[in-house]
Ligand binder design. Structure first.
Ligand code: ADP
Ligand code: ZN
Length: 295
C-alpha cells in the first residue's frame, strides 16, 4: 500500500465534511460546509484540498443512489437523487479530475463500514453491516471480507416491514413505498408521526419503543439474509442511547432463538453496537476509501 497523506470527503445531502490525514489519530485538516449546488459544493471541496499538503488519493463516501461500478459508463455519479441539481452529477470524476489523483468512490454507508473495519467496531470481522438511521436509512458493510456492492448497491432502508395499522396508523413517508423501513423509522418519519423532532422527544416517550420495534424487525431480516457477525447502528436517531437496549431486546424476541449463535444469544450487547468511531465514522471511512484506492 502506498503511504503518504490521504483525503476524505463525506458527501452528505445536508453537509460535506472534508479531511486530510492518515487515520483517526492523524487528521491534519478538516472542513465542513453545507451541501448547496454541485458546482459550489464540489468547488469548495477542491479548494480545501488545494490549500493542504498534496494527497495520494481521495475517498468519496457519498449520499445516493450512486453508481459505484468502475466498469459502468456512469461510474462515479450520483444517479437519481431528488435533490435539486444533483442527479447525474459526476462527483468522483470532478474531484479526481480537478485534483489529479485517484478517487475511491462508494456509498456513505460502505465508507463508514470500511472505516469501522479499519479502526472501529468491525476490526477483524469479515461479514458485518453498518446502518445509518438519520434523514434516511441506509446500509452497507462487508461480506466475506469485501465491501457489499452487487447489481448497484444495497438499499437496506427500503425493505418492507410488517405494519400493524391499528397500533401505528402512520402511513409512512417514503415516496416510493410508503411504509418501508425508511418511511416508518428514519428521523423525518419520527418527526412527522409525533409532531416533534427526535432530538426533542423525551427519552421515555413511546416513540422509542416503536422505533426499536421497527429496527428490530429490520435487523431480523438482515441477520437472516446476510448473517452478519456484528451490526453497527449509526446516524442521528441512534444518538438516543436508550434505543440500543430496546433494539437488542426486541431483536432477540423477533429471532425467537432460531439463529443459534452465542454472539446473539449470549453477547447481544457486543453484537448490536454504536460505531466505534462515533460520528467520525463517515469522514474517517472516506479516508479509508482513499487508502484502499491507493493500495
Ligand atoms: P443525515 O442523515 O442527514 O446525514 P443525521 O444522521 O444527523 O444526518 O440524521 C438527521 C436526522 O436524525 C434528523 O431527522 C434528526 O431529527 C434526527 N436526529 C438528530 N439528532 C437526534 C437525536 N439526538 N435523537 C433523535 N433523533 C435525532
Ligand atoms: Zn422506500
Amino acid at each position: 500500500m502506498k503511504h503518504g497523506l490521504f483525503g476524505g470527503i463525506e458527501a452528505g445531502g445536508t453537509k460535506f465534511v472534508c479531511a486530510v490525514g492518515t487515520g483517526p489519530d492523524d487528521v491534519r485538516a478538516e472542513a465542513r460546509f453545507s451541501t448547496t449546488t454541485p458546482e459550489e459544493t464540489m468547488g469548495r471541496a477542491v479548494a480545501f484540498f488545494r490549500a493542504q499538503e498534496p494527497v495520494t488519493a481521495v475517498g468519496v463516501a457519498s449520499f445516493g443512489p450512486i453508481d459505484p461500478n468502475p466498469d459502468s459508463p456512469t461510474y462515479g455519479r450520483i444517479t437519481t437523487t431528488p435533490k435539486p441539481g444533483w442527479a447525474n452529477v459526476d462527483l468522483a470524476g470532478a474531484i479526481g479530475g480537478a485534483l489529479g489523483v485517484d478517487v475511491g468512490f462508494d456509498t456513505d454507508v460502505n465508507g463508514a463500514a470500511l472505516g469501522e473495519w479499519r479502526w472501529g467496531a468491525a476490526q477483524r470481522l469479515d461479514t458485518f453491516i453498518y446502518l445509518t438511521i438519520g434523514t434516511g436509512i441506509g446500509g452497507g458493510g462487508m461480506v466475506n471480507g469485501r465491501l457489499l456492492h452487487g447489481l448497484v448497491h444495497p438499499e437496506m432502508g427500503h425493505i418492507p416491514l410488517p405494519h400493524d395499522w391499528q397500533a401505528d396508523p402512520f402511513p409512512g413517508r417514503c415516496p416510493y413505498h410508503g411504509d418501508c423501513l425508511e418511511g416508518m423509522a428514519a428521523g423525518p418519519a419520527i418527526e412527522e408521526r409525533w409532531d416533534m423532532k427526535g432530538q426533542d422527544l423525551p427519552s421515555d416517550h413511546p416513540a422509542w419503543e416503536l422505533e426499536a420495534h421497527y429496527l428490530a424487525l429490520a435487523l431480523r431480516t438482515f441477520i437472516c439474509t446476510l448473517s452478519p457477525q456484528r451490526i453497527i447502528l449509526g446516524g442521528g436517531v441512534m444518538d438516543q442511547p436508550q434505543l440500543f437496549p430496546l433494539v437488542r431486546q426486541k431483536t432477540l424476541a423477533a429471532l425467537n432463538d432460531y439463529v443459534q449463535s452465542p454472539a446473539i444469544l449470549e453477547q447481544i450487547d457486543a453484537y448490536i453496537v454504536p460505531p466505534g468511531l462515533g460520528n467520525r465514522a463517515g469522514v474517517l471511512g472516506a479516508l479509508a476509501l482513499a487508502q484502499q484506492a491507493a493500495g
